[in-house]
Design a protein around this ligand. Structure first.
Ligand code: SF4
Length: 471
C-alpha cells in the first residue's frame, strides 16, 4: 500500500499524472535527482526548525510540545513539524516554513499544507484545536545572536484551514483513488499547452509526438498559440509560420526554422559602440538563507560572497581579480576588493544585469559608505545578454539566452564542468560547506571549485564579447 504524505499530496496537486507515473511506472522516465536548490531548501528547513526549537523552549508549556510527530491514518501519513499536546487527544498543530510569508517563493500556499496535515492528524484519531504557520519574518535583520522570537512569525490559520477542509478532503480522496489504479490515459498532459518552463521530466513520455525542434522553444509562447498550433498539428517548428510568432519571438523562430544563426551586425555594432574602456566583466556568487548568517542580513536576502572580474584594456591586456569570502559577513572586504579591481572609468559588463545590480543595491543598504561606489557601478552596467535576445540568435541556443547555452556554441573551448560547481545554487551549497567544514583539504577543494566556476563566468563574457567584436 502506498502511503500518501504531504509531499506526495503537493506533487499530486501540482500534476496528478506526473505523480502517478512516478509511483506506478517509475522506470518510464529518467527522474532528475534533487537539485542543489532542493538540497539548500531542505537545509534551510532544518535551520528554521532549530530556531523554532529554541523559541519553543521558552514557552511555559514546552514539555507538551513535540517536533516531527508522526500521524498514521492508513493510506495517509503526516509528520507534523510541531505539535502542542493539550491532553485528552486534543492538539495544536504548527507548520514551520523558511519562507517570509504564507506562500513559498514558488507561490505554493502553505495553508494547504497545514490543511493536509490537519486532516491526516484528525483521521488518525486526534482532535485539532488550532493550526498555525510559523514562518520567518522578512523584516528581521540579524544583530548579534539570532533572536528566535524576532525571527519567527506565528500566524493562526485555523479558520482558513477549516474553510478549505472540504475541498482538500475531496482532493485527498481523489489522490488515493488515482494511486490505486493500474492504468491512466497516457496521451498528452496539461502542460501540452504551456511553455517549456513549466514542463517536468515526464513531458516527453506523455507527449512523444512532439519533435525536439518545436514551438515550445519560442520564448513566452502563449497557451492560445500552442492550442491553435496543436489543433492544426503544427507544433513542429517547420510548420510554424511567421504569422504565428510575436515580434520578440521572430528572430528565434527564424534561427530555429532555418537551422542557421541569425546575426544582426548593425544592431550588435550599435550595442558595442558605446562601451567604455577598460571593460570590467564581473560576476557575483551569493548566499541566502532563511536564518541570516551575518549581522545586518535579512532572511532569504541573497548577499554576494564571491566575485570574479576580468578587466580588458583597449590594447587587449586582460587582468583578473577575485574575492572569495571564507566566512559570513565579509561584504565590506568584498567591496574593498571590488574597489581595487574597478577603474574609475570603463563599463561594467554582466550577464543578466538585474541580478548583479540587485546585489549592489543590497550591499549599498548594508554598507552605506560604499553606496556611492556601488551605485556608480550600477550606472555603468551593461548587460551582455541583451544582444542574444534578438540580434544574435543561434538554433543551438534552443530559444534560451542563458550563458550556459550561449557559451558552448560561441566558445566551445570553454566548458563548465558538470561534475564540479556549475550553477548558482551549486555555488551557494559549496560555499556554505566550505565555510562549515572542519576538513582543510575539503575546504581547499571547494574553494578551488568556487574560484574556477566564478572565474569561468567572467572569462566566458570576455570571450563572448570578443566573438561579437570580431563579427
Ligand atoms: S509536463 Fe505533463 S506530467 Fe509534467 S508537470 Fe506538466 S502536465 Fe504534469
Amino acid at each position: 500500500m502506498i502511503q500518501i504524505s504531504k509531499s506526495d499530496f503537493l506533487e499530486y496537486r501540482s500534476c496528478a499524472k506526473g505523480w502517478w507515473l512516478k509511483h506506478r511506472k517509475r522506470d518510464a522516465v529518467n527522474w532528475p535527482a534533487p537539485s542543489a536548490f532542493d538540497r539548500m531548501l531542505m537545509a534551510d528547513g532544518y535551520l528554521v526548525e532549530a530556531q523554532a526549537k529554541k523559541l519553543v523552549a521558552t514557552w511555559p508549556h514546552h514539555d507538551d510540545c513535540t517536533f516531527q510527530r508522526v500521524f498514521d491514518a492508513g493510506s495517509l501519513y503526516a509528520r507534523a513539524d510541531l505539535v502542542h499536546d493539550l491532553g485528552g487527544g486534543v492538539i495544536d498543530l504548527y507548520e514551520i516554513k523558511g519562507s517570509t510569508s504564507l506562500k513559498s517563493s514558488s507561490g505554493q500556499d502553505h495553508v494547504d499544507d497545514a490543511c493536509f496535515q490537519t486532516l491526516v492528524a484528525e483521521r488518525s484519531g486526534v482532535s485539532v484545536r488550532s493550526v498555525y504557520i510559523m514562518h520567518v519574518n522578512g523584516e528581521y535583520a540579524r544583530d548579534g545572536a539570532i533572536d528566535p522570537a524576532a525571527l519567527l512569525v506565528i500566524v493562526d490559520v485555523t479558520s482558513e484551514v477549516r474553510a478549505r477542509s472540504a475541498g482538500i478532503n475531496e482532493e485527498i480522496e481523489a489522490a488515493i483513488a488515482l494511486i490505486r489504479v493500474d492504468l491512466i490515459d497516457e496521451q498528452g498532459c496539461t502542460c501540452r499547452h504551456i511553455g517549456k518552463a513549466g514542463h517536468c521530466a515526464s513531458f516527453a513520455y506523455f507527449n512523444p509526438d512532439i519533435p525536439e525542434n518545436s514551438a515550445y522553444l519560442l520564448p513566452r509562447i502563449s497557451r492560445k498559440r500552442l492550442e491553435t498550433l496543436d489543433s492544426e498539428q503544427r507544433l513542429a517548428i517547420d510548420h510554424v509560420t511567421e504569422k504565428d510568432v510575436t515580434p520578440a519571438q521572430l528572430p528565434i523562430w527564424r534561427a530555429l526554422a532555418s537551422g542557421e544563426p541569425l546575426i544582426d551586425h548593425e544592431a550588435i555594432g550599435a550595442f558595442l559602440e558605446p562601451l567604455q574602456w577598460p571593460l570590467h566583466f564581473y560576476d557575483y556568487e551569493t548566499f541566502a538563507a532563511a536564518v541570516p548568517i551575518a549581522d545586518g542580513h535579512q532572511p532569504q536576502q541573497a548577499m554576494p560572497v564571491q566575485f570574479s572580474l576580468h578587466r580588458l584594456a583597449a590594447d587587449g591586456r586582460l587582468e583578473h581579480a577575485e574575492f572569495l569570502a571564507d566566512g559570513p559577513g565579509q561584504q565590506a572586504d568584498l567591496v574593498a576588493a571590488m574597489r581595487a579591481a574597478f577603474m574609475d572609468e570603463g563599463s561594467a559588463i554582466v550577464w543578466n544585469k538585474s541580478f548583479e545590480k540587485g546585489c549592489n543595491d543590497r550591499m549599498a543598504d548594508l554598507l552605506p559608505d560604499a553606496a556611492a561606489f556601488l551605485a556608480g557601478i550600477n550606472e555603468r552596467t551593461v548587460d551582455l545578454m541583451d544582444p542574444f535576445k534578438a540580434h544574435y540568435v543561434h538554433p543551438g541556443f534552443g530559444g534560451s539566452t542563458s550563458i550556459k547555452k550561449v557559451l558552448p556554441i560561441l566558445c566551445p573551448h570553454l566548458q563548465y564542468d558538470p561534475s564540479a560547481v556549475h550553477d548558482g545554487a551549486g555555488a551557494m551549497e559549496a560555499w556554505i560547506h566550505m565555510v562549515e567544514t572542519s576538513d582543510p583539504a575539503e575546504r581547499t577543494r571547494l574553494a578551488t571549485e568556487l574560484k574556477n566556476y566564478c572565474k569561468l563566468d567572467s572569462l566566458a563574457m570576455v570571450e563572448i564579447f570578443r566573438v561579437l567584436r570580431a563579427l
